[in-house]
Design a protein around this ligand. Structure first.
Ligand code: SAH
Length: 209
């Protein structure tokens, strides 16, 4: 039986000024309801963060769109994502980049996200259960890195695994307080660090390196 998904409806304002039509179209094409628990499906198309179990949350779609836009993906990139969670952000990255390498520290979420993305027919994703502070050396360097849990500082290993001219989007700040969403651009010989918005992400757990 063919399933028909409802589209997310956004007003222009909640899109944080997202203009990239590719991103808007991809977000509209991903059925967010399959990433949230059964009892929250009715809220899946609201522009709000929702709990996904294990004390974790799926981010609000407009913030996902904004963070994705900061990476300026063209379709050719190899992207590292830290914090697979429900896999919602992973699915969006997978549709906009060449290949996504995603790391999650909670085993149940790691397993479940794999199944969810398989139901969407998404195949250009590699999944790892582990601590995101270590990155994924085997496949480094990455064109882009997206971090969706907040560490207290920028993990040095992630900076190391970012390609020259690569971009990293990362919320940085103390646990359970407001963090600053940073865009880092690695130029030939320096790092450009731009503060964008104040945000509230779950903390990055695991051994902090
Ligand atoms: N992007 C996700 C939401 C992320 S919530 C989505 O779209 O659903 C943050 C996720 O980061 C949680 O699943 C949490 O378990 C994971 N996480 C926290 N610390 C981590 C670490 N050190 N390494 C990898 N994943 C981590």
């Amino acid at each position: 039986m063919e399933r028909r998904w409802r589209a997310i409806s956004f007003s222009q304002e909640v899109f944080y000024g997202i203009q990239d039509k590719r991103i808007i179209d991809v977000i509209k094409s991903i059925p967010r309801e399959i990433f949230v628990p059964d009892n929250l499906k009715a809220s899946a198309y609201l522009d709000s963060a929702l709990p996904i179990g294990f004390g974790q949350t799926i981010s609000q779609p407009s913030l996902v769109a904004y963070m994705t836009q900061l990476l300026e993906l063209t379709g050719k990139e190899k992207v590292l994502e830290i914090g697979t969670g429900s896999g919602y952000q992973t699915a969006i990255l997978a549709r906009l980049a060449n290949r996504v390498y995603t790391i999650e520290i909670v085993e149940e979420l790691h397993e479940k996200s794999k199944q969810t993305l398989a139901t969407l027919g998404i195949k250009n994703v590699e999944y790892k259960l582990g601590n995101g502070y270590d990155g994924w050396e085997e496949y480094a360097p990455f064109d882009s890195i997206m971090v969706t849990a907040a560490p207290p500082h920028i993990p040095p290993e992630l900076l190391k695994q970012l390609k020259k001219n690569g971009r990293m989007v990362i919320p940085v700040g103390p646990q359970n307080q407001t963090q600053i969403l940073k865009l880092i651009i690695k130029t030939q010989d320096s790092l450009i660090e731009r503060d964008t918005h104040y945000v509230r992400f779950v903390p990055m757990v695991g051994e902090c390196k």
